[in-house]
Design a protein around this ligand. Structure first.
Ligand SMILES: CCCCCCCC/C=C\CCCCCCCC(=O)SCCNC(=O)CCNC(=O)[C@H](O)C(C)(C)COP(=O)(O)OP(=O)(O)OC[C@H]1O[C@@H](n2cnc3c(N)ncnc32)[C@H](O)[C@@H]1OP(=O)(O)O
Length: 170
C-alpha cells in the first residue's frame, strides 16, 4: 500500500542494510503505482569536496531507490545502466528526498527514473537518474556471489523470507 515501508532486501546491503555499519540505511516506502520514495541525510563520512556530498554516494542513493522498485514489480533485478545528472551541490547535513518510478517494462528490461530533492519533498531537484535494470534469477547471486556470504544468507531465515518474497508470482 502507498506509504508502507518496503524493508531491506539484504541486511548487509550498503544502500539499505540495517546491519551494515558503513551503509546509507535507506528505507524506501511504496508510492502510488510502481513508484517509491526514500530519504537520505548526508553524513560527514559522505563528503567529496569539503562540506559537500560525494557524487558517487548520491548515485548510490539513487541506484538503491531505483532498485527497490523491484519489490513493487515482484521481481529480482540488477542495475544494467545508470545515467545521472548532478544539478545542485548537496551539503553535509541536508536530507535528500528521493523518489523513483518505473517508466516501462520490456521483457527482462525495466526502465526507471529517479530524482533527489533538497529542502523538502517539493524542493529543487539536486540529482536525477535514468536507469535500465535487468531481471535476473536467484542463481545470479548464488553463482556469482562469494560463498561465505551466500552460505550465511541461505542460513538466515529472514534472508530466505526475502528471497521467497521476490519469487511470488503475481
Ligand atoms: C537465499 C540467498 C539469496 C540472496 C539474494 C536475495 C535477494 C536479492 C534481491 C535483490 C538484489 C538487488 C540488489 C540491488 C542493489 C542495487 C542495485 C545494484 O547496484 S545491482 C549491482 C550492479 N549491477 C550488476 O552487478 C549487474 C552486472 N551485470 C550483469 O550481471 C549482466 O550484464 C546483466 C544481468 C545486467 C545482463 O546480462 P544477461 O546476460 O543476463 O542479459 P543480456 O542479454 O546481456 O541483457 C538483457 C537485455 O538487457 C540489455 N542490456 C543489458 N545491459 C545493458 C546496458 N548496460 N545498456 C543497455 N542495455 C543493456 C541487453 O541488450 C538485452 O536487451 P535485449 O533483450 O536484447 O533487448
Amino acid at each position: 500500500m502507498p506509504g508502507e515501508l518496503l524493508g531491506a532486501h539484504y541486511d548487509q546491503c550498503f544502500g539499505c542494510g540495517e546491519s551494515q555499519p558503513h551503509g546509507l540505511h535507506l528505507a524506501a516506502r511504496a508510492g502510488e503505482g510502481v513508484s517509491v520514495t526514500a530519504e537520505f541525510t548526508v553524513q560527514p563520512a559522505h563528503q567529496g569536496a569539503p562540506g559537500l556530498a560525494h557524487g558517487g554516494v548520491l548515485v548510490t542513493a539513487l541506484d538503491e531507490t531505483l532498485g527497490s522498485l523491484s519489490w513493487m514489480l515482484r521481481i529480482i533485478a540488477v542495475t544494467g545502466r545508470l545515467e545521472s545528472d548532478f544539478l545542485r551541490p548537496v551539503p553535509v547535513g541536508s536530507t535528500l528526498y528521493l523518489s523513483a518510478r518505473c517508466t516501462a517494462v520490456d521483457g527482462r528490461k525495466i526502465y526507471s527514473s529517479a530524482e533527489g530533492r533538497i529542502g523538502g519533498p517539493d524542493g529543487p531537484v539536486a540529482v536525477r537518474a535514468d536507469a535500465l535494470f535487468v531481471e535476473v534469477e536467484l542463481g545470479h547471486f548464488t553463482r556469482n556471489g562469494r560463498p561465505e556470504e551466500i552460505k550465511a544468507a541461505m542460513a538466515d531465515p529472514d534472508q530466505v523470507k526475502v528471497a521467497r518474497a521476490f519469487e511470488v508470482n503475481p
